[in-house]
Write a protein that binds this ligand. Sequence first.
Ligand SMILES: NC(=O)c1ccc[n+]([C@@H]2O[C@H](COP(=O)([O-])OP(=O)(O)OC[C@H]3O[C@@H](n4cnc5c(N)ncnc54)[C@H](O)[C@@H]3O)[C@@H](O)[C@H]2O)c1
Length: 366
Amino acid sequence: MRTIEVNLDKDPYKVLYSDIQQGIQTIQPESIDGRKVAIISDDHAANNNLDGLRKALSSYDIKIIEIILSPGEKNKELMVAENIIDKLLSNKFERGDLIIGLGGGVIGDLSGFVAGIIHRGVKFINIPTTLLAQVDSSIGGKTGVNSQYGKNLIGCFKQPELVICDINSLSTLPKRDLLAGYAELIKHALIGDAELFSYLQNNIKNIFNDYTILQEVIHRSALVKADIVMEDTHEKNIRAQLNLGHTYGHAIESFYKYDGRILHGEAISIGIIMAFKTSLRLGLCKADHLHLVEDHFNNIGLLTDLKSLNGKKILPEKIIDLMRSDKKVTNGSINLVLPREIGRVEIRNDVNENVIQDVLHETLHL
Ligand SMILES: NC(=O)c1ccc[n+]([C@@H]2O[C@H](COP(=O)([O-])OP(=O)(O)OC[C@H]3O[C@@H](n4cnc5c(N)ncnc54)[C@H](O)[C@@H]3O)[C@@H](O)[C@H]2O)c1
């Protein structure tokens, strides 16, 4: 079984690449027998994976509590977390019990957050069922919910005990969500693995229909994330590199109020291109780099600008305002992760807002 060991000083864990059954079988019965196990999921993830998970858990002596939400980013709300906690406490959920998150990044962030705060922390297993969650959000222990003031502003670090990535769960994922996940997958190549970017370029036609290739690139992308998280678990310095595309992306997402018109990964793919355009304007990267990445994004079907989004007209001033309230702001300066070349980025907090304005106008075609 392919594995990534996330060797943190405190709370190390494994990411297993296996089917759910095999992954669950690695849990020692004595660690959960006699306990309650809460499964938190959403309709889509549960429709396709819950039966398999129930079957895998059937050999343990446990009481299962199922909490199945309707899908969507709107679940990342303090009120939803509170309702879940109330339901668990009313079922006498205890400190030694276990929460399993079964779903995409929304379910992972929400259920990890609940696991981090109920009884000041209970055991947590993450079973990511979207591409985005398998390459990114299930690793690293960042959990949380959104606020009316911005994305992920309320949360805590809560490392899982185990992550089980079953590639078969991706077979039911809509193409739009696959592509949204691909934005985070390629982000890791652009931050720290130029060879992975070349591999993606060479296999661009088969990434989504050849599961051997898909498994390979998920694993390599997740390795970049795991390596960074092991070096800087609490984002004191280099972990911030993982925010490539996120300062612009979060502001765009927030502008659309998480109503489904733009997915997180879509906002990030546009944000990555905006980060390259910012770098280019500052002379930090070459035009060739931007064009290579932009061509790759266009060829695979990732968004590179906001042209295709109809409806509410996006206002650059509002986006800058939202960028200022992102949690990546320090002492009022907007932090941006800027590419130097493919596979290397740097963090800057001194970018003149006129440059950001220019990039916004260019990307928004104003
Ligand atoms: N914690 C982190 O480090 C981190 C990193 C990146 C992103 N995130 C967060 O992740 C979230 C986005 O995650 P996402 O893209 O997975 O979104 P998501 O969880 O909303 O899932 C996308 C869609 O896929 C559906 N789905 C899930 N599994 C499925 C399956 N197997 N088959 C069919 N449909 C399925 C969901 O119901 C949903 O409709 C954002 O909130 C973002 O902030 C967190």
